[in-house]
Ligand binder design. Structure first.
Ligand code: PMP
Length: 406
C-alpha cells in the first residue's frame, strides 16, 4: 500500500498554510497540485534546454526537440495508443474538443440536417463547441438525459442515435457529479452504426488506466493540469485514419509541408494539428507527471481514492443538512453536495477561512444544476495525496459553517 505521507512530501504546496491553517486541498477536479519532479522539469528546461523545437540544427534545439518528442512517446504508452502520431499536443481538453468540432465542419463531415449526440452530463467544453458547429452548418445537437442519481440513460442513447448522427461526444467522468459513464457501450453502439465517438477524458486521465486500443474511441481528450502536470498542455488523441482525413483548423508555421502563394500543403501527423510554437516546457514536464502516476500505479490510485470517496460519502451523509448530489453506482472520487437553505458560495467562503479549498458553483455544467433545480453545489474532489484526516477537517468545518449560517 502506498504511503500517503511519503507521497505528500513530493508536493511542496501541501505544506502551505492558508489563513493560518494547514491547506486542505479538495479542488483537484479543477486542477491537481504538482509534484516537485514536474516543477523541477519546467525549471530545468528554462535553465538548461530552452530553444524552439523541430527546426533548429543547433544543439539546444535538438535536445529540446528530443525531450518534447519523448513526452509524446510517454503519452502514447500511458494511453496505449497504437501510433505516436496519434498524440496531438493542445493547450487543454477544451482546445482538443474545439479542434475536432471545427475540423468536422471544415472537412464537411457534419452538414445541414445532421445530428451531433452529446449528453446532459457534459462540461460546457463539451457542449458549446458542438452548439457552435451545429449553428454554423444548421445541424442539431441531441442530448442524452440522466436519472436522479446522475447516471446516463443508456436506453435513451440507443433511441437518439441514428443514421443522421455524425459524431457522439460524451465525457468519461462527470466533473460535477463524478458519475463514470458507460463509454465502452456507447462507443460500441456508435461504431455498429459507423459513427465516430469523442470522449472528454478531462476527469478520467488521473484516475483510470486508459487503453486507447481496447477502448476504441476515435478521439479522446484530456488536460495535463488535472493529472499532476503543468497548465497550458493537453492531449488530443485521434485515430490515425481519422486525423489523416481531417482538415487542420489552425494554420501557421510547423503545420505545413510547403508554402507558396499558389498552393500550400500540410505536414504529416501529428504536426498538421500543431501550428505555431507549442508550450514546450509544459509538454516536456508532462512526462514526469505521467511517471509519477505510473510509479504509484492505478491499482493503488484506485484503492486510495475509493477509500476517500467512501469515507467522505459516509461522513457527509451523516450531517442532517447535507444532501449529496450525484449518487451513481459507478463514481469517481468526488463528492458534490448542497446544504439545505444555504448558498454553496457562503459555505465555500467559510471553509476557505479554515484553509479548506473546495469548489462551489455550477462547475461549468449549468444544465446539470438546472435539472436538479439548484444554483450549484459544493464539490470536494480528491487526489492521491488526500487523507481521511483532511475529510474529518472538512466535516468539522462544515458543521461550524452550518452553525454560523443557519
Ligand atoms: N471537461 C471536463 C469534464 C472538465 O472537468 C474540464 C475542466 N474542468 C474540461 C472539460 C475543460 O478542461 P480545460 O479547462 O483544461 O480545457
Amino acid at each position: 500500500m502506498v504511503n500517503t505521507a511519503e507521497i505528500r512530501k513530493l508536493f511542496p504546496i501541501l505544506n502551505t498554510e492558508v489563513n493560518g491553517k494547514p491547506l486542505v486541498y479538495f479542488d483537484n477536479g479543477a486542477t491537481t497540485q504538482k509534484p516537485k519532479s514536474v516543477i523541477d522539469c519546467e525549471r530545468h528546461y528554462y535553465e538548461k534546454l530552452n530553444a524552439n523545437i523541430h527546426r533548429g540544427v543547433h544543439h539546444l534545439s535538438q535536445i529540446s526537440t528530443d525531450a518534447f518528442e519523448a513526452s509524446r512517446k510517454a503519452v502514447q504508452s500511458f494511453i496505449n495508443a497504437k501510433h505516436s502520431e496519434e498524440i496531438i499536443f493542445t493547450n487543454g481538453t477544451t482546445e482538443g474538443i474545439n479542434i475536432v468540432a471545427q475540423s468536422f465542419r471544415k472537412s464537411g463531415f457534419v452538414g445541414k440536417g445532421d445530428e451531433i449526440l452529446i449528453s446532459a452530463l457534459e462540461h460546457h467544453s463539451n457542449i458549446v463547441p458542438w452548439q457552435m458547429l451545429a449553428e454554423e452548418v444548421e445541424a442539431t445537437v441531441k442530448v442524452v438525459p440522466f436519472n436522479e442519481k446522475g447516471e446516463l440513460d443508456t436506453e435513451a442513447f440507443r433511441s437518439l442515435i441514428n443514421q443522421r448522427t455524425k459524431i457522439v461526444a460524451i465525457s468519461h467522468i462527470s466533473n460535477a457529479l463524478g458519475s463514470i459513464n458507460p463509454i465502452k457501450k456507447f462507443i460500441d453502439w456508435s461504431h455498429a452504426l459507423g459513427i465516430p465517438v469523442l470522449i472528454d477524458g478531462a476527469q478520467a486521465a488521473p484516475h483510470c488506466k486508459l487503453d486507447m486500443q481496447e477502448l476504441d474511441a476515435d478521439f479522446y481528450t484530456f488536460s495535463a493540469h488535472k493529472m499532476y502536470g503543468p497548465t497550458g498542455v493537453g492531449v488530443l488523441y485521434g485515430k490515425r485514419d481519422w486525423l489523416n482525413k481531417m482538415e487542420p483548423v489552425v494554420g501557421g508555421g510547423e503545420m505545413i509541408a510547403t508554402v507558396s502563394f499558389d498552393k500550400t500543403t500540410y505536414a504529416e501527423l501529428p504536426h498538421k494539428f500543431e501550428a505555431g510554437t507549442p508550450n514546450i516546457a509544459g509538454v516536456i514536464a508532462l512526462k514526469p507527471a505521467i511517471e509519477f502516476i505510473e510509479k504509484v500505479g492505478f491499482d493503488e490510485i484506485h484503492a486510495i481514492e475509493q477509500q476517500l470517496l467512501d469515507y467522505a460519502t459516509e461522513k457527509l451523509s451523516a450531517l442532517p443538512d447535507v444532501r449529496i448530489i450525484g449518487t451513481a453506482e459507478n463514481k469517481a472520487s468526488l463528492v458534490s453536495f448542497i446544504v439545505d437553505g444555504v448558498h454553496p458560495y457562503d459555505i465555500g467562503t467559510i471553509l476557505d477561512k479554515m484553509g479548506i479549498a473546495v469548489r462551489t458553483g455550477h462547475h461549468c455544467a449549468q444544465p446539470i444544476m438546472d435539472q436538479f433545480k439548484i444554483p450549484g453545489t459544493i464539490r470536494a474532489s480528491f487526489a492521491i495525496y488526500n487523507t481521511t484526516e483532511e475529510i474529518d477537517a472538512l466535516v468539522k468545518g462544515l458543521e461550524r459553517a452550518i452553525n454560523m449560517l443557519k
